[in-house]
Ligand binder design. Structure first.
Ligand code: GLN
Length: 485
């Protein structure tokens, strides 16, 4: 049951083979049974879930259910949820209960989905391994010694282990795609502006974007349909018609021009991962697609550019956590300055502090031109590489991550090595483009993700191409043996 796709679950619910209460209880039981090992949830909401499931069953019985009515979902703990704690993986917000729902959450409720709880994540979404969470690391369901990736590692691990059929994630520099790759699931980061950021705790506002994490491209299409669309409460939300993402999944991909960036296959890429990606590209070729070598000459600058832009924005966004308005407040402050200092000093973890310091430095008067302005100029050049590439090709493909999941603790002492986990995903955020990761094979029992990058608003195309790949191969149907029971 826990391996069914959303389409199969919807069919079962509408055909009355099982009820939403039964389905929800099954997931709650699995969470109780397995999540002590994985730590993918920060908060589980059984009472709320069962009440919502009962309401969904009433709708389904009356024949008024929609495509996702009664289907459980887990939300990354970065989305504000009215009445349910929203921690953002931080001690700072350990006691924070938002007074309203994020737009993404509202839309899922409006689709009559059932909320199972909130998933673990790197603190304020800063990390690539889930090890910066105040609630402890998440373990990779394929190998409990390995990280699940980050920052949406809880969502990825929960879906991979069958502790949720689908989940939300957010991606500022790779945080949907990289954990999807490392946990062997499918994830999509939409074009910047497609999904509302209202109520999603801000990390780097010009990069942050929410998206679906699921078992297949079709499942991603179903959830994206609910998440996407204009929202007047987000000033960067774009007013565009949202296409029917499932309608074009079956389109033939013969003649599809796939750009293969030379830079994604240079030093740093694990040989085993490269082999898996080359095999995936061959499968597309066999299906009639055409491979074209392309260049993204500025992509090598994306990690340094991101590590100026993202910390700069985060240093500003996180200034609101001052011990007064939200969350953590230190004990018995001597005066106002002491209150700020100790609340922030005690409330934030080491990685968050590092980012705030880097960002504050880069934005300071004497260094603004040398760092922040330069980074903005590079961001433009990185974006132009893609504009140029999409004149020649329909989609771009390569690895999502240079290696498979690494071991817990392996990179925590070396931030730069950790930052390089996102070397293939970050340019996509800097350019605001949509990107996906789909399971493509294994190296030593750990999953490998194939990354698909599309032109602006080409989500339907990406989902179509990913779905076609999932028709030819069964990688997305593999489940971690320890949680197959
Ligand atoms: N790993 C990257 C970082 O640490 C990206 C995180 C994200 O996409 N939220 O900033």
């Amino acid at each position: 049951m826990q391996n069914k796709t959303l389409a199969e679950l919807a069919t079962g619910l509408h055909a009355k083979q099982f009820t939403s209460v039964e389905l929800t209880q099954m997931y709650l039981d699995r969470i109780a049974r397995f999540d002590k090992e994985i730590n993918s949830y920060v908060t589980v909401t059984p009472e709320k879930a069962l009440a919502q499931a009962a309401a969904a069953d009433t709708l389904l019985r009356s024949g008024r259910g929609g495509p996702l009515t009664g289907i459980p979902i887990a939300h990354k703990d970065i989305f504000c949820t009215d009445g349910i704690r929203t921690s953002c993986g931080s001690r700072m917000l350990d006691n924070f209960i938002a007074p309203y729902d994020a737009s993404v959450v509202t839309r899922c409720y409006q689709a009559n989905m059932v909320v199972l709880g909130k998933t673990n994540m790197d603190e304020f979404a800063m990390g690539s391994s889930n090890e910066t969470s105040y609630y402890g690391p998440v373990k990779n369901p394929w190998d409990l010694a390995a990280v699940p990736g980050g920052s949406s590692g809880g969502s990825a691990a929960a879906v991979a282990a069958g502790l949720a059929p689908v989940a939300t994630g957010t991606d500022t520099g790779g945080s949907i795609r990289q954990p999807a790759a490392l946990c062997g699931i499918t994830g999509l980061k939409p074009t910047y502006g497609l999904v509302s950021r209202y109520g999603m705790i801000a990390f780097a506002s010009s990069l942050d974007q929410a998206g679906p994490m699921a078992r297949s491209a079709r499942d991603c299409a179903m959830l994206l349909q609910v998440m996407a669309g204009f929202d007047a409460r987000d000033s960067t939300s774009l007013e565009r018609l949202v296409p029917d993402y499932q309608a074009t999944l079956d389109r033939d991909i013969r003649g599809l021009k796939i750009g293969v960036p030379v830079e994604f296959f240079e030093q740093g890429l694990d040989a085993g991962v490269e082999q898996v990606i080359r095999d995936a590209l061959k499968a597309f070729e066999a299906r009639g697609a055409v491979l074209v070598d392309i260049r993204l000459p500025n992509s090598k600058l994306s990690v340094p550019t991101y590590y100026v832009v993202a910390p700069a924005e985060c240093s500003s966004n996180l200034s609101r956590f001052d011990g007064v308005r939200f969350g953590y407040r230190c004990q018995e402050p001597a005066d106002l300055l002491d209150l700020y200092r100790r609340s922030r000093g005690e409330g934030f973890g080491a990685e968050v502090k590092r980012r705030i310091m880097i960002g504050t430095y880069a934005l300071s008067a004497g260094y603004y031109d040398a760092y922040y302005l330069k980074a903005q100029q590079l961001r433009q050049l990185i974006s132009e590489d893609f504009v140029h590439a999409f004149k020649q090709v329909d989609v771009i493909m390569g690895p999502t991550s240079p290696t498979v999941a690494f071991n817990l603790g392996e990179r925590t002492e070396d931030p730069v090595t950790m930052y390089l986990s996102d070397i293939y995903t970050i340019a996509v955020n800097l350019a605001g483009l949509p990107g996906m990761s789909v399971p493509a094979g294994f190296v030593a029992g750990r999953p490998v993700g194939l990354q698909l990058i599309g032109n602006y608003f080409q989500e339907a195309r990406l989902l179509n191409v990913a779905h076609q790949y999932q028709q030819m191969t069964g990688w997305h149907q593999q489940v971690p043996p320890a949680f197959a029971r």
